[in-house]
Write a protein that binds this ligand. Sequence first.
Ligand code: TNX
Length: 529
Amino acid sequence: MRPFLGFVSASLILASCAKKPPVTQPRDPSATRSAIHQVIPLPRTVEARAGAGFTITADTVVAVSGGDDRGIWIAKYLADVIGLAAAPQPPRVVVAGGSIPVGAISLELGDAAITGAEAYELTVASDRVTIRANQPAGLFYGVQSFRQLLPAFVEYQAVRPDKTRPVVAPAGRIVDDPRFEWRGAMLDVSRHFFPVDAVKRYIDLMSLYKLNRLHLHLADDQGWRIEIASWPNLTARGGSTQVGGGAGGFYTKEQYADLVQYAADRFVTIVPEIDMPGHTNAALASYAELNCDGVARDLYTGTQVGFSAFCVDKEITYTFINDVVREIAALTPGPWFHIGGDEVKTLTPEQYVRFVERVQTIVQSHGKQMVGWDEIAPARLLPGSVVQHWRPKTTPAEAVAKGARVIMSIANTAYLDMKYDVTTPIGLSWAGYVDVNTAYDWDPATMAAGVGESALLGVEAPLWSETLATIREVEFLAFPRLIGIAEVGWSRAEARDWNAFKQRLGAHGPRLTALGVNFFRSPTVPWKY
Ligand code: TNX
């Protein structure tokens, strides 16, 4: 009821200013007002308030206070998001000394009532927007929620053709924090290689929905994708092709470091994965000595799995792994190193477990915590090690009993490379079809026996790239399902509901379109245009 009364009073205010040109009146005020109820992921509390919202004009500034360099960076990020939507130049960023200018969008670090490293409070009134958080990550997420209150046309990079529509955020207040600390996406850059700019775009889209981990699957049978100075053939040969025989590619150390920084600026931690002991044909093709028979393998451009494995009883294998982990760890400020460990079909269980335990020691010796696919559960896991659960019908409960924490990525709910339905032209279907509803409507705490809330680090949506050659194809499978998974990771299970989510998701259609995202317009979602 309040929003409706608010709309009436806003109209009266506009009517009383009748001398002003009518161009400041939104064409569809109800749509603007409802934006606060369409934020994704669903915030902890949302309150629409009566009265006019906040209008961005040529005089609007973004003010930072209590902030450090990160606060200023976030303020500039917001100014860039608003861009030219309301004026011939983006809003000015000012560092507020004591007083915050009237009409400012004010980013305030410290003194937030809601605690938590990623928590924030957002208040929109007609004379001011206040985003308050105790940590920079919270400010950034407050900015992402505020962004979603603005009209979708703000997202266009170009100067907008219709300058008669004001840029208004509806009045209200959001107080918010996440359910899980790990809200991830995984991108397989091995089966097909994706250049730095494509990965940056993925990071941009992830951060709009408050995802905070990007797991990069950097090595598999078809390609080795990161420069290792001590073993240069890994990229020279192992990075030279991909599925289908294309040119492949790899990240230089500088490019990887640039990606890490780009992600960190957006509060996304990169989790590098070198899959081993299986899924290693690219390395086995690059160095003969890593094979038990001393013969280098041919490069591989097909899509079979399970045929390759390191020679786990040879010492050079561990010299190699130590060099690789050391070089990647040195470029990776995040605390995790993912060792893969999936689908090993050519080793005995004893060989496999011995290998995982030894590699775990190497990973920890370089200051990182080991993450592995759920096959690692039988190994002796050290404190801090993490299991990524992907196989339907199994449970990593034995790892939980040993103190490990779990990331939920079950293939028949969270795999973005599964087709939506029988008509989807790309993707796989070995785990079944995963429509938007299936990707959204699950609770991580009830998916595997013996893995409850306290055992969960969070959720992650992997995207394997056997069938994906371009970022357009990546987007088609990731969106909108990744948005659903983002909400699974952020929002309380009891507050989530598919029927409500699909309405909110539908309202994001124009925003995704403005961003140029090649998303699947699932017929199960009532898309707005
Ligand atoms: C299984 S999930 C794999 C990958 C494939 C994927 C395709 C996992 C740990 N291993 O090697 O790319 O299926 O969906």
